[in-house]
Design a protein around this ligand. Structure first.
Ligand code: ASP
Ligand code: MG
Length: 402
C-alpha cells in the first residue's frame, strides 16, 4: 500500500511541529505501508520571502521570483527528513527537480505536465520514506517553476496520480472542509464528504483549504482526497465522486471572497464587437475577469460591469480608461469595497427556488445585491464587503447547515 501525505505550512511551522509530523509519519509507515510525503514551506515563510522580494523591487523577473519562492520548501523537506531520520526510519528528501516534476513555462503559476517516477520508485523500493518539496517543478530548460500559492496540494495529488497511490491525505490545521468559515460562523460543521464538483466550486470561491487545481486533478484521475488535521486523529473530509445525486444536499457550503473589485462602464455602444474589444484587451493584460453583467439595452446603449481581484483593479482601470472613447462609454466607476458570497450544492440542479431562498435571506438582513451570477451548482452575489459576515451567517442558517 502506498500513501501520499501532504503537510501544509502550519503543520511544519516550527521545530516542535516538524517533530510531531515526523512521529505521525513513523506511525503510518510499516513494512507494507510506504509513504511519500509532500511538504509546504514552514509557516509564513513563503509570505516572508515575498515580502523580502517587495523590499527589493516592485517588478521582480518571474524566473527569479520562482528561484526565491521555491527555497522555503527546500528548507522544510530537509528538516523533516532529519526529524524522521532521528526516529530511526530510512528517509530521503527530494526537490522537484530531483524527482523530475516537469511543468510548463508559466513562471509563478506553472502547471505540471509530467512526473518522472523512476527515482521515487527506487527510493520507495529501498525502504525510504520520500519527502518531496511541494509547489515546485522545472520547465524544459530545467529552470525552477512554482505552481501558484497553495500549490503543494497539487504536487501531492499529482504524485498520488503518477504513483497510483492508494490514499492521498492532505494534512492541515483544521479538521476538514467546513460548511463555511468557522471563524465567521462558529456553528459551521465539518463535512464528512464532498463531491469533486462541489469542492472545486468551494475552492475557487475562496475556501482556502484546497488548491483548486489539486481538486481538478483529483477529479480527472479519480484520486480520493482525505483532508484532515495534523493536530489530532479525527477523520476529516473525503473528497470524491458522490455515489448518488439523490442524496446531494441542496446547499453544501457557503463561501466568500473579499479579494474582489468591481468596475462598471456606462452607456457603451450596443453593437457587435464591444464586449469583445473590452475583454480581449483585459485578457491581453492577463487580468482575470470573474463575473460579467451586461444590463438591459436602453437608447442603443448598454451598461457593462465586471469583477476582478483587487490586485488587478488598477491595471484593469487603465485598460478600461484607454478604451472609453472606442466603446462609447460616458462613465466608468469602480469599487474595491465589495465582496462575493456564494452558495454551493449539487442538489441545486434538481431543486427549484434556491436562488429565491438566497435572496430572501440577504434581503431580510437589509443587504443589497449588486451583481448575481449562477452556474449549475452555485449562486454568487456581489455585496458590500462590510456586510459579508452578516450575509454568510444568514445563508448558513437559511440552508440549515448548522
Ligand atoms: N508554500 C507555498 C505557499 O505558501 C505553497 C503551499 O504552501 O502550498 O503558497
Ligand atoms: Mg494550502
Amino acid at each position: 500500500m502506498l500513501i501520499v501525505q501532504k503537510y501544509g505550512g502550519s503543520s511544519v511551522a516550527d521545530a516542535g511541529r516538524i517533530s510531531r509530523v515526523a512521529r505521525r509519519i513513523a506511525g503510518v509507515r510499516t513494512k507494507d505501508h510506504n509513504v511519500v510525503v509532500v511538504v509546504s514551506a514552514m509557516g509564513d515563510s513563503t509570505d516572508n520571502l515575498m515580502q523580502l522580494v517587495k523590499e527589493i523591487t516592485d517588478s521582480p523577473p518571474e524566473r527569479e521570483l520562482d528561484v526565491v519562492l521555491s527555497t522555503g520548501e527546500q528548507v522544510s523537506i530537509a528538516l523533516l527528513a532529519m526529524a524522521v531520520n532521528d526516529l530511526g526510519i530510512p528517509v530521503i528528501s527530494l526537490t522537484g527537480y530531483q524527482v523530475g516534476i516537469f511543468t510548463d513555462n508559466v513562471h509563478n503559476k506553472a502547471s505540471i505536465l509530467n512526473i518522472e517516477t523512476k527515482r521515487l520508485r527506487e527510493e520507495i523500493k529501498q525502504g525510504n520514506v520520500v519527502i518531496v518539496a511541494g509547489f515546485q517543478g522545472v520547465n524544459q530548460l530545467n529552470d525552477i517553476t512554482t505552481l501558484g500559492r497553495g500549490g503543494s496540494d497539487t504536487t501531492a495529488v499529482a504524485l498520488a496520480a503518477a504513483l497510483g497511490a492508494d490514499v492521498c491525505e492532505i494534512y492541515t490545521d483544521v479538521d476538514g472542509v467546513y460548511t463555511t468559515d468557522p471563524h465567521i460562523v462558529p456553528e459551521a460543521r465539518k463535512l464528512d464528504q464532498v463531491s469533486y464538483c462541489e469542492m472545486l466550486e468551494l475552492a475557487n470561491l475562496g475556501a482556502a483549504v484546497l488548491h483548486p487545481r489539486s481538486v481538478e486533478l483529483a477529479m480527472n484521475y479519480g484520486i480520493t482526497i482525505h483532508v484532515r488535521s495534523s493536530f489530532n486523529d479525527h477523520s476529516g473530509t473525503i473528497v470524491r465522486e458522490v455515489e448518488s445525486m439523490e442524496k446531494a444536499l441542496v446547499v453544501t457550503g457557503v463561501a466568500y471572497d473579499l479579494d474582489v473589485a468591481k468596475i462598471g462602464l456606462y452607456n457603451v455602444y450596443d453593437k457587435p464587437g464591444i464586449a469583445y474589444k473590452l475583454f480581449r484587451n483585459l485578457a491581453d493584460e492577463s487580468i482575470n475577469v470573474d463575473m460579467i453583467v451586461q444590463g438591459a439595452m436602453h437608447d442603443e446603449r448598454n451598461d457593462i460591469s465586471f469583477t476582478c481581484t483587487q490586485g488587478d483593479l488598477n491595471k484593469a482601470l487603465e485598460v478600461v480608461e484607454k478604451l472609453t472613447d472606442d466603446l462609447g462609454a460616458d462613465g466608468v466607476t469602480s469599487d474595491d469595497s465589495v465582496a462575493k458570497v456564494s452558495i454551493v450544492g449539487a442538489g441545486m440542479i434538481s431543486n427549484p427556488g434556491v436562488a429565491a431562498l438566497m435572496f430572501e435571506a440577504l434581503s431580510k438582513e437589509g443587504i443589497n445585491i449588486e451583481m448575481i451570477s449562477t452556474s449549475e451548482i452555485k449562486i454568487s452575489c456581489i455585496i458590500k464587503a462590510d456586510q459579508v459576515t452578516k450575509a454568510v451567517r444568514s445563508l448558513h442558517k437559511k440552508f440549515n447547515l448548522e
